[in-house]
Design a protein around this ligand. Structure first.
Ligand SMILES: O=c1ccn([C@H]2C[C@H](O)[C@@H](CO)O2)c(=O)[nH]1
Length: 138
């Protein structure tokens, strides 16, 4: 699957966002090493803090189904009714969830570059010196 194709999957996922409070809709498409794509959207809550980001929705769905090996994730975000062409970087909590399952050197994060294209980041670039399972001897 090409970066462009995964990006399009993230745009489709964004249509499922539940965002009555921020009206900011995020979609994620997570590609496993076996070639399967898991989708996620952000799901907000009247109490605000229980909100789940699109990235974690995709990861948790995949992990629930037994997936443990991931190649890359595409993330798009924009206000309702707008095209998601601006950079929508994952929050710190989602970066940490990625770190649990993905190698910082190998796992790729695809984001809009704000100029109509896609920029590919390594997890290491977005979460330098992260804390991971190895730090607990796992
Ligand atoms: O990478 C991001 C950034 C934000 N959000 C969501 C959380 C909240 O619902 C809304 C505004 O922060 O966007 C995500 O899902 N992923």
């Amino acid at each position: 699957m090409t970066n462009q194709e995964l990006f399009e999957e993230a745009k489709k996922a964004r249509l499922q966002a539940y965002t009555p409070y921020s009206h900011f809709q995020v979609g994620a498409a997570l590609l496993t090493r076996s070639g399967k794509v898991y989708h996620g959207c952000n799901i907000e809550n009247a109490a605000y803090t229980p909100t789940n980001c699109a990235e974690r929705t995709a990861f948790f769905q995949a992990v629930y189904e037994g997936e443990r090996a991931f190649e890359k994730i595409a993330i798009v975000g924009a206000k309702e009714g707008e095209e998601p062409t601006n950079v929508c970087a994952p929050c710190g909590v989602c970066r940490q969830v990625m770190r649990e399952f993905c190698s910082p050197e190998d796992f790729c994060i695809l984001l809009a570059d704000g100029k109509g294209g896609i920029k590919e980041w390594k997890l290491r670039e977005l979460l330098p010196c992260g804390f991971g399972p190895e730090d607990l001897g796992e």
